[in-house]
Design a protein around this ligand. Structure first.
Ligand code: FAD
Ligand code: ASP
Length: 528
């Protein structure tokens, strides 16, 4: 892989200092900023997009939080479902730690003014999604949970500097000392002994995604550049039910899994139910199982979509106002019509390796939310566990960052190394063709070769996102090539078997090359 080389010196137009820089204004970043501010830390929160330019804003189904025994649920049951969906790669201690903290995180959100839907008995309404054995997912505004979470957190943390992109995390003698950023005022630096990456996902790697345009994997590139390790990036979750329109690309509207939780089911274009037999949970099997079943059905029938039949759901329009609006805009009324859907890139299960307090291996560098890999998701995230993780680990990272208070944070010379960058449309087509729901060695090799040939460009604010996507694609392709097995949301048509469970680990070596470790352990025996 092409290493970072050279280093132009940007002209620094502005400067600030803080105890903690939070990079990102979604659920993880804002939870951290609020908790650190409450502990008296001086926090600077930077976000390249506005408050609606987050995946958090678009979250639909809800937040998975274990219910009580009276509700037929328990922490153990939630841990069990999470680990089962994660197919052997979850860290059970991390899962338990995060799941146990769910009820307190929900109360914290409510104390900030978030309002969740309640049933006629006044108790929080709970729905089901894929992989959950019980109804444990709390929701707001029917299917507008993310918008309510974002509103409550943004109202509580109004001081976010939107329109500011972080381009480098600055490290001096192994310790974080701040960030280099770019805004309308030009390049600037923030001196700080602690930096939290809460930059969200990487959906823009693919031609069709549920993610907003801001989801360009920046945190992966920033963390690698700073010396941190990336784990399990090959596990990209493709959401099974994304509204289909012929030839469409870019951000596509989601049709929440909760629609199936309330009774909808999938049929092919001839009306045959085809998911029911692939898993004991049928249409509510974990997401990877359903996406694979859809991809296989599309391949067998030569179609580019299948159908979701939600006509039996009474009150669809009021229960799912967001999905209704997207469908009506496309000329489909879910009460009368089948909804055309196809899988699309949705969530990055892997990311920057952290503990459950957001700490990475680089002193002073933290990561939380979708960009991080805590061990909660393993090879396939359980539905609605992401907002939970963002709330819990975000808040904890804000606490852990206090341990860096008072450390030296002097920024010396700042450079912008040139780096490999592939034009976005070319990269998306390459990844969609070769690294989607079903992969093989030949396709992944094509990706690795193309990325090896990507031109090194001088880094500046206009190429930054494409360069970050190119770096993330390199990590993903290397890890997916090395993983000669099928597990969770990484499916290899040439390697259908499963090996002993191991995570992939990638970092930059001393020459700046992207290096993968533990490759020999990712090679397969035994079936998924
Ligand atoms: C359509 C949709 C529906 C979903 N539904 C659910 C659901 O029901 N339940 C659930 O648990 N999960 C759901 N998810 C997943 C979940 O919403 C996300 O994983 C989660 O919100 C991510 O939160 P985050 O704080 O990590 O990142 P985000 O909310 O994506 O925020 C990222 C922030 O980082 C900023 N940023 C990025 N790069 C930079 C940079 N270089 N410099 C400065 N700022 C930067 C962005 O501007 C943004 O403010 C859904 C996702 C989508 C897309
Ligand atoms: N809740 C889902 C999204 C959905 O289907 O509503 C998620 O966790 O991504």
């Amino acid at each position: 892989m092409t290493p970072s080389v050279g280093g132009a010196e940007p002209s620094i137009g502005w400067e600030a200092s803080a105890d903690l820089v939070v990079v990102g204004g979604g659920v993880a970043g804002l939870s951290a900023a609020i908790s650190a501010t409450r502990r008296g830390l001086r926090v600077v929160t930077l976000a390249k997009g506005d408050a609606s330019g987050t995946s958090t804003q678009y979250a639909q189904g809800g937040i998975a939080v274990p219910g009580t025994a009276a509700e037929g649920d328990s922490v153990d049951s939630h841990v069990h479902d999470t680990c089962e969906a994660g197919v052997g790669l979850c860290d059970e201690d991390a899962v338990r730690s995060i799941v146990e903290a769910g009820p307190a995180a929900l109360s914290m959100l409510e104390s900030l003014g978030a309002v969740f839907d309640r049933g006629v008995d006044g108790a929080r309404a709970r729905t089901r999604e894929g992989g959950h054995r019980v109804r444990r997912i709390v929701h707001a505004g029917g299917d507008a949970t993310g918008a309510e979470v974002q509103r409550a957190l943004s109202d509580s943390m109004p001081s976010v500097l939107h329109g500011t992109s972080v381009i480098r995390v600055l490290v001096d003698r192994g310790d974080v000392v701040g960030v280099l950023a770019h805004s309308a005022a030009g390049y600037g630096v923030v001196h700080a002994p602690a930096v939290l990456l809460a930059t969200g996902g990487l959906g823009q790697l693919f031609s069709c995604s549920t993610n907003p345009p801001e989801a360009t994997a920046d945190g992966i590139a920033l963390a690698l550049d700073a010396g941190a390790e990336i784990m399990d990036l090959e596990f990209v979750q493709f959401h099974p039910t994304v509204l289909f329109a012929p030839g469409s690309t870019g951000r596509r509207p989601l049709v929440s899994e909760a629609v199936r939780g309330e009774g909808a089911h999938l049929v092919d274009l001839t009306g045959i139910r085809f998911v029911a037999d692939s898993h004991p949970l049928g249409d509510l099997a974990p997401r990877d199982v359903v996406s694979r079943a859809i991809a296989e059905r599309m391949r067998l029938t030569g179609s580019d979509h299948v159908m979701l039949d939600a006509r039996a759901i009474r009150h669809f329009h009021t229960r799912f106002p967001t999905v209704t609006a997207s469908c009506l805009a496309a000329g489909i009324d879910p009460l009368d019509d089948l909804i055309p859907i196809a899988p699309a890139a949705h969530y990055s299960c892997g990311g920057v390796a952290t503990d459950v307090w957001g700490r990475t291996s680089v002193p002073g560098l933290f990561a939380a939310g979708e960009v991080a890999r805590t061990g909660l998701h393993g090879a396939n995230r359980l539905a609605s566990n992401s907002l939970l993780e963002g709330l819990v680990v975000g808040e904890r990272a804000g606490i852990a960052a206090a341990e860096r208070r008072g450390r030296r944070a002097e920024i010396g010379d700042v450079s912008l190394p040139s780096t490999a960058s592939m034009p976005r449309a070319t990269l998306q087509a390459l990844m969609t063709e070769n690294a989607g729901v079903v992969r093989d060695a030949e396709g992944l090799e094509t990706v690795v070769r193309a990325l090896d040939g990507a031109r090194a460009v001088e880094m500046h604010e206009k190429v930054w996102e494409d360069a970050a996507l190119t770096t993330a694609a390199s990590v993903l392709a290397l890890a997916a090539s090395a993983r000669e097995e099928s597990r969770g949301c990484h499916t290899r048509r040439d390697c259908p078997d499963m090996s002993s469970a191991r995570s992939s680990r990638v970092r930059r070596d001393e020459a700046g090359d992207i290096e993968i470790r533990g490759v020999e352990e990712l090679t397969g025996v035994g079936r998924q």
